[in-house]
Design a binder for this molecule. Structure first.
Ligand code: ZN
Length: 242
């Protein structure tokens, strides 16, 4: 049992170190992730707008050339009307001319809509591109900052993570589960030494009889007030050094 207590106390020390590193980084990792998501979102929005501009232009140009073709057709029909032999043929050509004119009017309207859509997308694209540029500068700066902070603590972090893996391999699952449960409930500290007759977590007095039992290191004792695992000074001092 003394071994289990030592391992749990050592795990607690490692976790506190990792927590400290995590706190040093502050909200930087979250900020960088958020900026990255924004950059990606705006980049795809910009692509979408550029695609709209391109497509509208192609469709507009097509309508434009169709109008020219229709006008040519109408002129041709008008020429044919001068040579027809009867009213029936004349009327048939009149109908064709009218159809070409109607179609042309419809295409004019389409062109206006496409032109409007293109201009709107162009304007939006300029706005998005400007925002994207600003946010990209911010993103790059923050990313660089985070990289530096990570680099600064990388070795330490790796060392502690490795240490943690080694400890976990030696701690029974049920003990670790209990540790983790208390750790989560108590915001990080699950194992504390008894100091001057008081719990090292909540500073409540530990009864003398219990102190004696804790010193024997024969079982897991919880603080009656905060529920943290209590270890003796002896265990805390002789814990696998970090
Ligand atoms: Zn306590």
């Amino acid at each position: 049992m003394e071994n289990t207590l030592r391992l749990l106390y050592a795990l607690q020390q490692v976790d506190l170190q990792l927590q400290e590193i995590h706190e040093l980084k502050g909200d930087l990792p979250a900020v960088v992730a958020e900026l990255e998501a924004k950059v990606n979102e705006m980049t795809s929005r910009l692509k979408e707008l550029e695609k709209t501009v391109k497509q509208s232009k192609v469709e507009r140009d097509k309508a434009d050339s169709d109008i020219v073709t229709l006008a040519e057709k109408a002129e041709k029909y008008k020429g044919q009307q001068l040579q027809v032999k009867n009213n029936k043929q004349y009327d048939a050509l009149t109908k064709e001319i009218e159809l070409a004119q109607e179609r042309s009017i419809k295409l004019q309207k389409d062109m206006e809509l496409l032109e409007g859509r293109m201009q709107l997308a162009k304007t939006d694209a300029v706005v998005v591109a400007t925002q994207l540029e600003e946010i990209s500068v911010d993103y790059d700066e923050r990313k660089k900052e985070l990289k530096e902070v990570n680099k600064e603590h990388e070795k330490e972090e790796l060392k502690f993570r490795h240490e943690r893996e080694k400890l976990l391999a030696r701690i029974k699952k049920e003990d670790f589960d209990r540790y983790e449960r208390i750790q989560r409930a108590k915001g990080g500290t699950a194992v504390v030494p008894v100091k001057r007759g008081a719990c090292g977590g909540c500073f409540s007095r530990v009864p003398p009889q219990k102190m004696l039992e804790i010193r024997q290191n024969t079982k897991l004792f919880m603080c009656e007030h905060c529920g943290r695992i209590l270890v003796s000074d002896q265990v805390a001092e002789k814990s696998p050094a970090l």
